[in-house]
Design a protein around this ligand. Structure first.
Ligand code: GUN
Length: 281
């Protein structure tokens, strides 16, 4: 079984990006810039944002974090986004989710210029991805996609089952696999026989947030299994896949932690560099 090392894959991607940023600096005499807006003091968000900033600096991006208390008015945030939209030194804007209840998430997402939307959440990018046009692609599914491609470069005709239909993961993951000519089944909490669906799959991407849902006898021999879940349980942090059981049948599997997580942040940096390059044309 191949244990997919997300930390290593992320380090390799960061190294490639570092090179590219250095070349862009010579060519354009400036570097891509990433601005993150963080609202409130939720611990997980603060940790994510700190990691993002650290990684951005490591590859040579200009990085900025703007912090607001969770009492900030929606208008203040929207005005700041407008300002960043018009700031040429900012290539990518990310507003860390979740947001306080009084702030309309969709309004925030739609205020970010599609060309600076490094999360790929703007409806314009969602639409472009689903139509197969150039777009920013949400970082987590992009990371999953790159790891799958490393294991299996030719995905044409493969059966893929995506467990979970969120806008963040399941839906964009489906689009990426479709683009690769996979036959994709999207499953979710109302799917009648999830086990039977999974057993058909050459590739399973589990992104539902149910601890160890995908069992060993749900997985076809030599399937590639990607675990997007991060669930806090009494036994510590576990994914959506029963790791010990599935590792006995799968061809390749991502661990939790150390699988999808590190690649998500590396892909955010990649998206920032892509936004910068598109803005220079
Ligand atoms: N919070 C957790 N994951 C994400 C993400 O990918 N993007 C944003 N903006 N917020 C998040």
């Amino acid at each position: 079984m191949i244990l997919i090392d997300g930390k290593k894959a992320a380090a390799e991607l960061r190294e490639e990006l570092k090179q590219e940023v250095a070349e862009l600096k010579i060519k354009y005499n400036k570097v891509p810039g990433l601005t993150v807006i963080l609202i409130g003091d939720m611990a997980p968000s603060q940790i994510y944002v700190r990691n993002k900033e650290k990684s951005a600096n490591e590859v040579g991006l200009k990085s900025e974090v703007i912090k607001y208390p969770d009492t900030v008015e929606e208008k203040t945030v929207l005005e700041k986004i407008e300002e960043l939209n018009n700031d040429e030194s900012v290539s990518g804007i990310l507003v860390q989710l979740p947001l306080p209840k009084h702030i309309d998430k969709q309004k925030v997402i739609e205020t970010i210029a599609p060309s600076k939307d490094v999360d790929g959440f703007h409806p314009m990018n969602v639409g472009n991805l689903s139509s197969g046009y150039e777009s920013s692609v949400p970082c987590t599914p992009l990371g999953c996609y790159l790891m799958i491609k490393k294991i299996e470069p030719n995905l044409s005709g493969k059966k893929a089952v995506v467990v979970g239909r969120s806008n963040l993961n399941g839906k964009p993951m489906t689009q990426l696999l479709l683009k690769e000519n996979c036959t994709v089944t999207i499953t979710h909490s109302r799917t009648k026989d999830l086990k039977a669906e999974c057993l058909e799959a050459d590739i399973i991407v589990a992104a539902v947030g149910i601890p160890e849902l995908v069992k060993g006898d749900w997985v076809k021999k030599d399937a590639i299994v990607i675990d997007v879940g991060i669930n806090k349980t009494e036994n510590g942090l576990v994914g959506d896949v029963a790791f010990d059981e599935v590792s006995k049948v799968a061809k390749a599997l991502t661990p939790v932690p150390g699988g999808v997580g590190p690649m998500t942040i590396a892909c955010l940096l990649k998206n920032t560099v892509e936004c910068f390059k598109r803005s220079q044309i």
